[in-house]
Design a protein around this ligand. Structure first.
Ligand SMILES: [Zn+2]
Length: 266
């Protein structure tokens, strides 16, 4: 009996390893599950239907955002996997869960419905700015390339706010989103019960990510840390939050003091 159990355990282990190996081969080689591939600069785009030419300019815009990262490397090649009928996206979704997109290793996988003309990805009625979503996921690829498999999330124990906040910090640099005080006001004025923050163009960011992004913005722009220093810093998340709120209050107070007194307009 014991021998039989041992035999079956061995068989199951071998089968399990075989399936895992097969999945890994499919994940690392999107061409196995896509009908077409198109190259654009350092990108290889995998798709099933005709490629919208607007995507290439959105990728270029995302790269422009990425160039501000201290890890940017113009030789770094990335795969872009579109959600247009391939089983690939479904497979990644089963393994990692459903979200707008996912960036891992050197791959950016889109899950939602992309609207290239309007520059957004839609998922369950919510829209995420496509260029910024691409830049967010590409930043994860840069983090991965810099720190390696064992020192990147989810393997390494890195605070979520540092990992996701940095991706948002790099991706959300358009002029109406780079003022930290306005960003903090946006959080405070928004509906606390909803999971998302909605921008003027009706695209969203998850509230949690938005807060992570302001914390990274505070550490990098105000405290002048680079990302490596931020990762090494041991200050607790709660303490950074308190420090940031205090800084914001003080900044507003001194700003108000500097304004001309009311009643002098006429
Ligand atoms: Zn992310």
């Amino acid at each position: 009996m014991k021998q039989k159990i041992r035999k079956w355990t061995l068989r199951l282990t071998v089968t399990g390893l075989f399936i895992a190996g097969l999945l890994l081969i499919i994940i690392l080689n999107p061409i196995l599950t896509y009908a077409k591939k198109t190259t654009h600069n350092t990108f290889t785009i995998y798709h099933n239907t005709k490629l919208d030419p607007l995507l290439t300019s959105q990728l270029d815009d995302a790269i422009d955002l990425l160039k501000t990262s201290e890890f940017y490397n113009d030789k770094f090649k990335m795969d872009i996997c579109l959600n247009d009928g391939s089983k690939y996206t479904r497979l990644i979704e089963i393994i990692g869960g459903r979200q707008f997109a996912r960036g891992f290793y050197d791959k950016v996988v889109l899950f939602g419905n992309a609207n290239f003309k309007e520059n957004y990805v839609e998922l369950e009625g919510y829209k995420w700015n496509l260029t910024q979503l691409l830049a967010h996921e590409m930043t994860h690829c840069l983090q991965f390339a810099k720190f390696g498999f064992w020192k990147s999330k989810p393997i390494a124990n890195i605070d979520n706010w540092k990992w996701e906040g940095y991706a948002e910090y790099i991706a959300r640099q358009n002029t109406n989103k780079n003022d930290l005080i306005k960003n903090l006001d946006r959080i405070n004025q928004s509906d606390k019960n909803s999971w998302e923050i909605t921008f003027d163009d009706s695209t969203i960011a998850p509230r949690e990510y938005f807060y992570y992004w302001t914390m990274v913005q505070y550490c990098m722009d105000i405290k002048k840390m680079n990302y490596k220093q931020l990762l090494a810093d041991t200050t607790k998340e709660q303490n950074i939050k308190q420090e940031m709120e205090k800084w914001c209050k003080e900044k507003k107070r001194t700003h108000n003091m500097g304004l001309p007194k009311l009643g002098h307009e006429y």
